[in-house]
Design a protein around this ligand. Structure first.
Ligand code: PA5
Length: 426
């Protein structure tokens, strides 16, 4: 369901070198599948699509139904892996402007420390019935904890303590952490992020699925796509598109391409890009190694970053995510005055213009010394999303092991937290 097209990278690497990576990739894949590599206590994501039961999905769907019945808005409170997957899915499937059209509003908080943004959201909720979903694996992340306390307080004030409890949903580690203790103490409805699933690999747990279900997304279709990927991408050869992607990016990195630009021509893809950015950045960026993952939106960013990509330092490559056009076409009308000189396109579609832009950009960037990997992903729907996210998780695990790093820890993130805690007098 995903095709990795590497026909536009040969100017930078040669075929035999790429093929010589086969053994390293086989070992990396085996380390993931057999649980023999570094960080192997965080491999729960690997079989999540096939391992998630109907009963688990039913429980998520039932909670989502209750939230939709009782509330006009859900505030998802989490940061990093505890919100990016959900937001990515909702924007990818329901559009970036989903809150303008959907009766059920989904807001995100706890992913910053902005007083202005928190106050703005609180004001918006003043006359709205709302519920909250606090999402934190560790249960002690500052941004999430501060926002959770604020919105719990708002709920208490609005509904009274006992009624407020019915509007608080928690997704956290099933056994430990302050949020787990709070949940038990207060009796909140809760869902687990299994102990062996790390934040950025948790989109197929309730962490991603509950907000998706509240947004009206068919979570079974998402999981069906992910399950298909789990099965199809188990192939242990270069025919595996996840291997090809992992191999190509590692080879390009070894050849001096230190930045990967992930781009699509779909504005609704933006948060999938941010999710991907965290997945690869936090998984690979350690031990003095790692590709810098940058997410751009085309054609938008061609008008801001296009110059740098075309003629700046030749230290980058591009991964373009392509989707099959949706059935709904948009034609360019004829205008008899033709002052804008666009009549040569009259009767053509916007999709036709986009396709030509894509071909033109690809050729220009390749000619300019930027190798381009193309990931052909099919239609923009729930199955594709599930498949694509699993594809990226698997590619990331294989790529990181090939690079020689543990994909499942993030020791560097603790440094800023330590300083912040010291400054706060903790
Ligand atoms: O991938 C990760 O582990 C991180 O990005 C976490 O998801 C993020 O730091 C939030 O952590 P927590 O869910 O513990 O609040």
């Amino acid at each position: 369901m995903i095709e990795t097209d590497i026909s536009n990278i040969w100017g930078s690497i040669d075929f035999s070198k790429l093929m010589s990576m086969e053994e390293r990739l086989r070992e990396a894949h085996a380390s993931l599948a057999d649980g023999t590599g570094a960080g192997n206590d965080f491999l729960g994501w690997y079989h999540l699509p096939s391992g998630t039961t109907e009963a688990e999905l039913d429980a998520i769907a039932a909670a989502a139904k209750k939230i939709r019945k009782e509330s006009q808005a859900l505030v998802v409170i989490g940061i990093g892996g505890s919100y990016l997957g959900a937001r990515a899915a909702i924007e990818f499937l329901n559009g970036t402007m989903h809150n303008e059209s959907d009766p059920m509003k989904i807001y995100f908080a706890g992913n910053h420390l902005s007083t202005r943004a928190l106050n703005d959201l609180a004001d918006r909720l003043e006359n709205v019935d709302f519920s909250i979903n606090i999402v934190s694996k560790s249960g002690s992340t500052m941004e999430t904890a501060v926002a959770a306390r604020m919105f719990r307080w708002l709920l208490n004030r609005k509904y009274g303590v006992e009624k407020a409890k019915e509007r608080i949903y928690v997704t956290t580690d099933p056994y430990k952490g302050k949020l787990r203790t709070l949940t038990q103490e207060e009796g909140y409805t809760n869902f687990p992020i299994p102990s062996n699933v790390g934040g950025r690999y948790s989109v197929f747990t309730a962490c991603g699925l509950l907000p998706m279900a509240v947004a009206g997304i068919d979570i079974r279709a998402v999981m069906a796509g992910a399950r298909k990927a789990e099965q199809e991408l188990d192939v242990r050869s270069m025919e595996n598109p996840a291997w090809l992607y992992a191999a190509a990016r590692n080879m390009l990195y070894e050849n001096g391409k230190k930045i990967e630009i992930l781009c699509s021509y779909e504005p609704d893809f933006e948060y999938v890009g941010r999710w991907w950015q965290q997945l690869f950045g936090e998984s690979e960026g350690k031990d003095g190694k790692g590709i810098f993952p940058a997410c751009l939106q085309f054609t938008t960013d061609l008008h801001s970053m296009g110059q740098l990509i075309q003629q700046g330092e030749r230290n980058m490559f591009e991964t373009v995510v392509r989707f099959v056009p949706s059935g709904r076409e948009l034609s360019i009308e004829i205008d008899w005055k033709n002052i804008d000189d666009l009549n040569y396109l009259a009767g053509k579609t916007v999709g036709y213009v986009e396709e030509n832009a894509y071909e033109g950009v690809l050729q220009a960037h390749v000619d300019g010394g930027v190798p381009v990997i193309v990931l052909k992903c099919g239609e923009m729907n729930a199955r594709t999303l599930g498949y694509m996210m699993y594809f990226f998780q698997l590619s990331c695990g294989i790529s990181a092991y090939t690079l020689g790093v543990n994909p499942f820890n993030q020791p560097g993130v603790e440094d800023y937290k330590r300083n912040m805690m010291t400054n706060l007098g903790r």
